[in-house]
Design a protein around this ligand. Structure first.
Ligand SMILES: [Fe+2]
Length: 321
């Protein structure tokens, strides 16, 4: 059966994509951001997922204000890049996984979550920036390392879904994935945030205390986050901080207890707090794969290539940063 092995939270700041596309990653301002994802990329190369489900929001690229679905699942075979602002990014067309996506749509809708099924959809920086941060720079003429199922969430026009609704949708997605017969290893991304506000008297707002508490609870007490009302996000994390509810879809799709593999936080990037976390489900039948501290971590690299590959598929390593 298919199985979700890990969840990834990542900001999707458009300026990060522009910095990458315009060769600015070594500039001190941007190096501070990109260096925080180097270990994550190494983790991803080792994890080698078969499919990624990426929860993000569209920024008037695929949907205008004429039609704004609350949850839109991409079931197409491919998703061309599009974008507002800087225009379409020079990244490869994203290959989908129509069979698994359609299976998720069926399972989740029959579980009474009313997804919009998108058999044609363009995807913007909300999805492709986190892909670059985790998969690295990929030439436009090349291919992303795995197929992707986009899940676009409305966080741009009131009312967005509640955090609780997102958390429960994550659980329904997990159930759907685990009822898919093919033996696939799936990762799920929650993107957006963290605290930021791009307009109005509070433009530039960043609340690091709130963000770090959110990451702590995401790791250990996600049910607490599921109770946070919209107004708290707006007040504490800024108008665009509401994007953080999308991380709860990712978290709902994971086990109750997970191993925190990695965390990174820096401010600012284009007036936005950048947050990132990797949470791994424990292999079935084990208590923990995480190293709880650098001191506690014994040398654990298997000697042979076969063992190394087996370990990469069975476990997820904690990395320190
Ligand atoms: Fe966004």
């Amino acid at each position: 059966m298919a199985r979700i092995i890990a969840g990834i939270g990542s900001s999707h700041v458009p300026a990060i994509g522009a910095a990458l596309d315009n060769g600015k990653t070594e500039e001190p301002y941007w190096k501070r951001v990109f260096s925080g994802f180097e270990k994550s990329q190494a983790w991803m190369r080792e994890a080698k997922p078969d499919v990624a489900i990426i929860v993000y929001n569209d920024h008037a690229s695929a949907f205008s204000v004429d039609i704004i679905p609350t949850f839109a699942l991409g079931c197409a075979a491919e998703f061309p890049p599009a974008d507002e602002g800087w225009g379409p990014r020079p990244v490869p067309v994203v290959q989908g996984h129509p069979a698994l996506a359609s299976h998720i749509a069926q399972s989740v809708i029959l579980d009474e979550f009313d997804l919009t099924i998108c058999n044609k959809m363009e995807v913007d920086h909300g999805m492709t920036v986190p892909m670059n941060l985790l998969f690295g720079k990929v030439d436009k003429s090349s291919h992303w390392p795995c197929p992707v199922i986009p899940l676009a969430v409305n966080v741009v026009m009131y009312p967005p879904p509640t955090g609780h609704r997102c958390f429960m949708l994550g659980k329904a997605i997990r159930k759907a994935v685990e009822s898919y017969p093919e033996d696939l290893r799936v990762v799920i991304f929650g993107t957006g945030g963290l605290s930021h506000q791009i307009s109005g008297p509070r433009a530039g707002l960043i609340n690091s205390k709130w963000d770090k508490s959110f990451l702590d609870n995401l790791s250990k007490r996600p049910e607490k986050l599921a109770k946070i009302p919209h107004v708290d996000y707006m007040r504490e994390a800024g108008a665009e901080g509401i994007e953080m509810v999308m991380w709860l879809i990712m978290r709902g799709a994971l086990d109750d207890k997970v191993d925190e593999v990695y965390r990174f936080y820096t401010v600012p990037a284009s007036n936005t707090a950048v947050g990132h976390i990797i949470l791994a489900n424990r292999p079935r039948g084990t208590k923990s794969t995480a190293r709880t501290s650098a001191k506690a971590a014994p040398k654990r690299r298997p000697a042979s290539g076969a063992h190394k590959r087996a370990a990469a598929r069975a476990t997820v390593h904690r990395i320190h940063g």
